[in-house]
Design a protein around this ligand. Structure first.
Ligand SMILES: Cc1cc2nc3c(=O)[nH]c(=O)nc-3n(C[C@H](O)[C@H](O)[C@H](O)COP(=O)(O)OP(=O)(O)OC[C@H]3O[C@@H](n4cnc5c(N)ncnc54)[C@H](O)[C@@H]3O)c2cc1C
Length: 187
């Protein structure tokens, strides 16, 4: 592939810079891949969320090197979760039951959490393209080889990839593009 000939490190393109995409991008970069992370929004951006970060995530944040940043951004520790039944009875679940050696869960604005992860990705060397939407897949001899992007100003850009990862969340944008391509090829 063209991108491999110019640079021997495999290039991985991750589309979607939510918590999955940004975390994965950081981990892949550390594994010595070239990583491009593509996001249609400009961060920080608001997103509807309960903003409860469960205890297991704190160990993950520590590994990614963002735990201190999350707390500095206003993250509040949550030591227990209480579930209420309609009759008023309740069940208390201490966060320490999750036994992750961290003290509690965290409550933090989603805009802040995603922004801190994206900033970390940039800091470790991930190439980040914000305000770029994936609009189509690129293929060569029936193999997916990259993604076509549209920037906010309407400019079109093509990014080649040795591996393309769909981290667009529930929308599953790349998966849908792939299904459309398959359906077209079969018709
Ligand atoms: C109402 C609500 C409340 C929730 N509360 C909680 C909670 O309290 N705690 C919890 O842990 N989870 C909560 N969740 C679940 C949580 O939001 C998801 O699990 C999480 O967002 C999944 O992360 P992700 O990175 O996979 O996807 P997303 O966060 O959806 O990230 C996908 C990213 O892809 C980008 N994208 C999409 N299409 C394109 C494209 N074509 N080109 C480029 N970029 C694109 C989007 O802009 C987005 O930034 C809640 C969900 C909802 C709906």
């Amino acid at each position: 592939m063209k991108s491999r000939i110019q640079n021997p490190k495999p290039k991985i393109v991750v589309v979607g810079a939510g918590p999955s995409g940004a975390s994965l991008a950081i981990r892949l970069l550390r594994e010595n891949f070239r990583v491009v992370l593509i996001e249609r929004e400009k961060f920080p951006r608001h997103k509807l969320c309960g903003e409860f970060i469960s205890p297991e995530c704190l160990a993950h944040f520590r590994e990614l090197g963002v735990l201190d940043e999350m707390q500095a951004a206003g993250g509040e520790r949550i030591t227990e979760t209480v579930f209420y039944a309609p009759d008023g009875k309740s069940v208390r679940v201490p966060s320490k039951w999750f036994n992750n050696n961290e003290s509690g869960a965290l409550s933090l604005s989603r805009a802040e959490m995603d922004f801190r992860l994206l900033e970390k990705a940039k800091a470790v060397g991930v190439e980040v393209l914000e305000e770029h939407s994936a609009v189509n897949l690129l293929s060569e001899k029936d193999k997916i080889c990259g993604v076509k992007l549209r920037a906010k100003d309407g400019a079109i850009k093509e990014v080649l990839a040795d591996l393309l990862i769909d981290a667009t969340g529930r929308a599953g944008i790349l998966g849908k593009m792939m299904s459309r391509k398959d359906a077209k090829a079969q018709s």
